[in-house]
Design a protein around this ligand. Structure first.
Ligand code: AMP
Ligand code: MG
Length: 418
């Protein structure tokens, strides 16, 4: 067969289930990538490469959780609005400073939220539960129990506590907790370089006006954005014609420079489809999986060449994004040592029947609509599969599992949000 033969589509005979295909690749991969030290302030979305143990306690001093008066709880026992207890104000605790005196029976000190409790005090009475009756006297209109409105030393975290495990993807609150402990730098997995090669005679650069039969390259940009979303570095090599030699040279360059390679399009079995052949000759062992029981995304290739994952993703922009999420994202997470892939999901009620074939995993794009009762409806956004704007009109995807012959209207489904 030469490149000028009429395109013939053979079947992909050896299709694998998506989980099976992914685990075949992950099993063959080397252990996690190298780590690097980064400033905690810059570590959002990075994967921890070390277990973080607390070097100290939080809080480091007893703090008030209310504006009011630091008191000895015993002095307020039995106090009510009708029969208040009288306390003498002997001090005011300033923020950021230690109290200047300790309290003895019958005394209290003004304190603000976050202020340090004086010696002798063991509770805080809210200002709303007091009445000032003279320059230095208050009425306690209520009793407080020991420890009330106070956070103890080490109540948030203790010295040596395992606060964040290796493999955790850092969120805003994690950065906050780390800096609170004085942990101003952390070891994280280094970002992976992911090379993207877009194949297709019909493709032109987005800045160009496409001629007859041509289209602008979408996948370099959707893939680049997804790679960046996942905390890694996209390296877009550009657009290449459906020629084995040209694609092979581009793939070789990507393999030499990058940790992971994605070849977009040409992943099926027609004579114009070069990706399987390219991956097959790029390095050992080559193609691991060609064809997955998945819609969209059946003609997907998972390969390993000289120790690096190489993907052949279908050119259809929707399939390309779905297969990135199913295969590339978990591979990048695996190489980074991530223990889980953070994805936001919501449950929603399916608005209509969705057909599917058993033995195939289907991903259906859905729009979410708020119902008057506060719940969400998942409304399938159908369209011929080549249409990028069906994705733009969608809020997320739902999965019709392998063993289901479809889903019925009214079923509760989990939608993975974009
Ligand atoms: P292929 O995977 O090569 O069979 O391509 C499947 C469909 O996706 C064809 O309609 C291609 O024109 C289209 N396609 C391939 N690559 C891209 C790309 N980079 N951007 C947008 N559409 C593409
Ligand atoms: Mg093509």
């Amino acid at each position: 067969m030469s490149a000028t033969t009429r395109t013939t589509t053979h079947e992909l005979f050896n299709v694998r289930t998506p989980p099976d295909a992914l685990s075949e690749l992950l099993r063959a991969l080397p252990a996690a990538v190298a780590a690097e030290e980064v400033a905690t302030a810059d570590a959002l979305d990075r994967v921890l490469a070390e277990d973080v143990r607390s070097p100290g306690e939080l809080p480091t001093f007893r703090r008030s959780t209310m504006d009011g008066y630091a008191v000895r709880a015993g002095d307020t026992f039995g106090a009510t609005e009708g029969l208040p207890a009288y306390l003498e104000i002997v001090d005011e605790v300033f923020m950021g400073r230690a109290p200047t005196r300790s309290l003895v029976v019958g005394q209290c000190a003004r304190i603000a939220t976050g202020g340090m409790l004086p010696e002798g005090a063991d509770a805080v009475l809210m200002v709303e539960q007091t009445q000032q009756v003279g320059a230095t006297t208050i009425e306690a209109l209520r009793a407080v129990a020991p420890g009330e409105n106070v956070v103890k030393v080490g109540e948030d975290v203790r010295v040596g506590d395992a606060v964040l495990p290796r493999g955790h993807t850092l969120r805003a609150q994690d950065l906050g907790g780390l800096v609170a402990l004085g942990v101003t730098s952390v070891r994280v997995a280094r970002r992976l370089r992911v090379g993207v090669v877009s194949g297709g005679d019909e493709l032109v650069d987005p800045h160009q006006e496409p001629g007859a039969g041509q289209i602008r390259d979408i996948n370099s940009y959707t893939l680049g954005a997804l790679i960046r979303r996942d905390g890694h570095t996209p390296c877009l090599l550009g657009i290449f014609p459906d020629s084995f030699d040209v694609l092979f040279a581009a793939a070789q360059r990507a393999l030499a420079e990058d940790d992971v390679v994605i070849l977009s399009a040409g992943s099926s079995v027609s004579t114009r489809d070069m990706t399987a052949q390219v991956i097959g000759q790029l390095g050992q062992p080559g193609v691991l999986v060609h064809g997955v029981s998945l819609k969209p995304g059946k003609p997907t290739i998972l390969g390993l060449c000289a120790g690096r994952p190489v993907f052949g993703l279908p050119g259809n922009p929707v399939s390309c994004m779905v297969t990135y999420d199913l295969f590339v994202a978990p591979t990048l997470a695996h190489l980074s040592g991530a223990s889980a892939i953070p994805r936001r999901t919501v449950s929603a009620r399916l608005s209509r029947n969705v057909p599917s074939a058993t033995g195939r995993e289907d991903y259906i794009q859905v729009r979410l609509e708020q119902r008057p009762d506060g719940g969400l409806d998942a409304v399938p956004v159908f369209g011929k599969s080549n249409l990028i704007f069906t994705l733009i009109r969608s809020d997320g995807m739902l999965k019709v599992p392998l063993d289901a012959g479809g889903l019925s209207a009214g079923a509760m489904v989990e939608v993975v949000l974009f």
